[in-house]
Design a protein around this ligand. Structure first.
Ligand code: FES
Ligand SMILES: [Fe+2]
Length: 375
């Protein structure tokens, strides 16, 4: 599998200070806890090496035991706070670099404090490093970010998985950083109206190809679906697919809280599937992770070239937008082109309210609805 593309973004030191000040004051950063997020690519953990990551402003240390189970701990020793990632990992335990306390990677439980004498009564096994459920698939280390200070739910759901529809397929990953709050990244991801302006290209579409569209959406648990339909006929790749199979092309796009867009394109036996997440790293930094799989006869390098172009266009736009957002402008959400963004904010608010009151989550849509826009 080819290497992930990382497009680095220059960080603004002033913003960095501001963001940590907000964090110190305990201001709500608008993150959704108690969900799975991709923390790193699987390839970032090699052998007994430890990898660093950050999710929702929580520093993490990631590793993989000799048995092959990946794990995630808070990158902070419970003794004096030095990052555990400076320590050593022997395949089972992480040893802190400061006083050598050892923690079991799979549970975070302290197993040894070298300074203790036989007289000491301290119950070592009652000490835990911060520890998070971890799963590894689709080439990602997924970490379940349980809310700070809460007890972990008895049953944690399984981490999201990319849908695939045959034994053999090709796949690839891409990633890029966005200098913005996760909300801006997500509404950008679900935004239907920027295509003709941001993604102009000979192989996709031009400003001139803009035309009116009507798409049906329906509510699904924690999100909404652009109901299965035949995609835009003005896009060359779809026309080609139809020619190859002779069967109609259908596509289904879902958005699911906290941050996930999935897309399935099917035509006869051929399929393409993708999973895109926008993950909050800090309140002023997010990351788009994109993994796709397909059995259509499309070489990985060709697909990557196109996908990179798309992602880069989105990233460049978000960098420009972040420049404007620094000055706290008033923003607008219009009908119908911004309705998916409104649903996202409503889903998020309703989930937060349901959790606060321990009640049922109210879905912002009461049934299927047709949205119309030009793009
Ligand atoms: S700070 Fe980690 S063992 Fe003391
Ligand atoms: Fe885009």
């Amino acid at each position: 599998m080819s290497e992930a593309l990382r497009m680095s973004i220059e960080e603004n030191p002033t913003e960095e200070r501001d963001s940590s000040r907000g964090a110190a004051r305990g201001e709500d950063a608008g993150f959704l806890w108690d969900f799975w997020y991709p923390a790193a690519r699987s390839s970032e953990i090699r052998g007994r090496g430890l990898a660093k990551a950050m999710l929702l402003e929580v520093p993490l240390v990631l590793g993989r035991t000799d048995e092959g189970a990946s794990f995630a701990m808070r990158d902070s020793c419970p003794h004096r706070g030095i990052p555990l990632s400076y320590g050593r990992f022997d395949g089972t335990n992480v040893e802190c670099s400061y006083h050598g306390w050892k923690f079991d990677g799979s549970s975070g439980q302290c197993v040894e404090i070298p300074s203790l004498t036989s007289q000491d009564k301290l119950k070592v096994e009652r000490i835990f490093a911060g520890h998070y459920p971890c799963e590894e698939h689709d080439g990602y280390i997924w970490v379940y970010m349980s809310s700070p200070g809460s007890r972990l739910m008895e049953t944690v759901p399984r981490a999201p998985k990319l849908a695939t529809f045959s034994e053999r397929y090709k796949s690839t990953h891409l990633a890029c950083d966005l200098p913005s709050h996760v909300d801006q990244g997500i509404i950008g991801l679900m935004d239907p109206a920027h295509g003709p302006f941001v993604h102009q290209s000979w192989f996709w579409r031009s400003k001139k190809s803009i035309h009116e569209k009507a798409k049906q959406f329906e509510p699904i648990p924690f999100g909404f679906r652009m109901s299965t339909h035949s995609p835009s006929t003005n896009s060359a790749p779809y026309q080609l697919l139809k020619k190859m199979t002779g069967a109609p092309v259908t596509t289904t796009i879902d958005f699911i809280l906290p941050n996930m867009r999935t897309e399935e394109i099917r035509s006869g036996k051929l399929w393409f599937s993708s999973l895109t997440t926008v993950t909050p790293v800090r309140r002023d930094l997010s990351r788009i992770d994109f993994v796709a799989a397909w059995n259509v006869p499309l070489p990985v390098v060709v697909f990557r070239t196109f996908a990179k172009t798309f992602l880069k266009q989105d990233q460049e736009t978000m960098i420009k937008q972040a420049e404007g957002l620094k000055h706290n402008p008033r923003l607008m959400l219009i009908d119908d082109a911004d309705r998916p963004a409104k649903w996202y904010f409503a889903l998020k608010a309703n989930l937060t309210e349901a959790r606060r009151t321990d009640g049922e989550m109210v879905h912002p849509m009461d049934g299927p609805v047709t949205l119309r826009w030009r793009s």
